[in-house]
Design a protein around this ligand. Structure first.
Ligand code: OGA
Ligand code: NI
Length: 367
């Protein structure tokens, strides 16, 4: 709380030696609730050509993986599903996951409790967690508000769930709901990663063991996209790929996610009660580029508040990720990416404005 010093006291003199205060950015929620807001500040305006290409009118549906068949004891069914999973990773990098066994009430509960979190008073939200990518709880706006030249129309909270579980203190039910949800989602993600491993011709547990997924990083990244008076100028999240191995996303049934497929943006409308899965940069590295992480973005609208809960699953923070030796040697391919500690990759990505796959490009080996 700022106190006002009495006039004339030395404390009222501005100090010349202090560095300028960090840029103070309001949350998009607070901004969107300003009375009579009919335009947006120019710092939220993205250059038109780069970010607002037309959306594809493809009727090609995004692939769906029936999770119950992936875990089926019937070997034929399982191997067929693994082939489908491989194809989905090769052709799209994105797929829907149905019959995953996570109860619908848990999916609804986590969305609701995150909504309640965003409703907390601004000072309370600002007061929690840290600012660094490795801080276990981080609340903020845009992607990295201290370096972003253009701000994204989103607020977020990111909370480490594994290997150490963290939770904000408020709302009081957050802890229990998040603990249950992330445990269940983690089981699904690990099983899909086993399937991906097999689909690459690796041992089922290759990724799990090599990247120490027993201690793998899992977080809840909750995104809030308030209604925007000029949605055609703003971006919820600009085009990017996710770090980590596999992200499982749900949303409050309001669309906004677009995925790049065959050079065009495709609107994704998830089926209720399903997860939207996408592979991250570390599957691209591990598979030596056989599976590519895919660019996606979130657009905003002028009517409805959108909430999405992304749960990224990555290697252990200390794991060093490099292309799987079997994939490199067998094909006679040189490794296309340099080895890097997952933790260092996270720091690299967070240090710059979110910009396509520029982070992955930095560790790609030259020809
Ligand atoms: C993300 C992300 C998309 C969405 O959080 O990385 O891509 O639809 N979110 O919110
Ligand atoms: Ni993403």
């Amino acid at each position: 709380m700022a106190t006002t010093a009495p006039t004339g006291s030395p404390l009222s003199q501005p100090s010349l030696t202090h560095p300028p205060p960090p840029r103070k950015v309001t949350t998009v929620k607070a901004l969107s609730e300003s009375p009579g807001l009919s335009s947006i500040p120019s710092i939220y305006t993205f250059p038109k050509q780069t970010y607002h290409e037309p959306v594809s009118d493809t009727k090609e549906p995004i692939p769906t993986i029936d999770f119950s068949l992936l875990t089926s004891s019937h070997p034929g069914q399982r191997s067929k599903t693994i082939r489908e999973l491989g194809k989905a990773c090769r052709n799209w990098g994105f797929f829907m996951v149905t019959n995953h066994g996570v109860p619908e009430r848990m999916m609804k509960a986590i969305i609701e409790v995150c909504r309640e979190f965003f409703e907390l008073p601004e000072e309370e939200k600002r007061g929690i967690g840290g600012k660094h990518v490795l801080d276990p709880i981080r609340f903020g706006t845009s992607f990295n508000e201290s370096v972003d030249e253009i701000l994204c129309w989103r607020d977020y909270v990111k909370i480490f769930q594994h290997p150490e579980f963290h939770s904000p203190k408020k709302p009081p039910s957050f802890r229990e709901i998040a603990l249950e949800y992330s445990k269940r989602v983690r089981l699904v993600a690990r099983e899909i990663i086993r399937g991906i491993s097999e689909s690459l011709g690796l041992e089922k547990d290759y990724i799990d063991e090599t990247l120490n997924l027993e201690n793998g990083l899992q977080l809840i990244a909750a995104n809030l996209y308030p209604p925007c008076p000029r949605p055609e100028l703003a971006m919820g999240l600009p085009p990017h790929s996710d770090h980590g191995l596999l992200t499982l996303l749900i949303q409050n049934q309001i669309g906004g996610l677009q995925v790049q497929h065959k050079g065009k943006w495709v609107n994704i409308d998830p089926i209720p009660n399903s997860f939207l899965a996408n592979i991250g940069d570390h599957i691209e590295i591990l598979s030596n580029g056989k599976y590519k992480s895919v660019l996606h973005r979130a657009v905003v609208n002028n009517r409805d508040e959108r909430i999405s809960i992304a749960v990224p699953h990555g290697p252990a923070l200390d794991a060093i990720v490099s292309p799987a030796s079997k994939l490199v040697e067998n094909v006679g391919n040189p490794p296309a990416y340099g080895a890097m500690k997952y933790k260092e990759y996270l720091e690299l990505q967070q240090g710059t404005m979110l910009n396509g796959k520029s982070c992955l490009e930095r560790i790609r080996n030259g020809d």
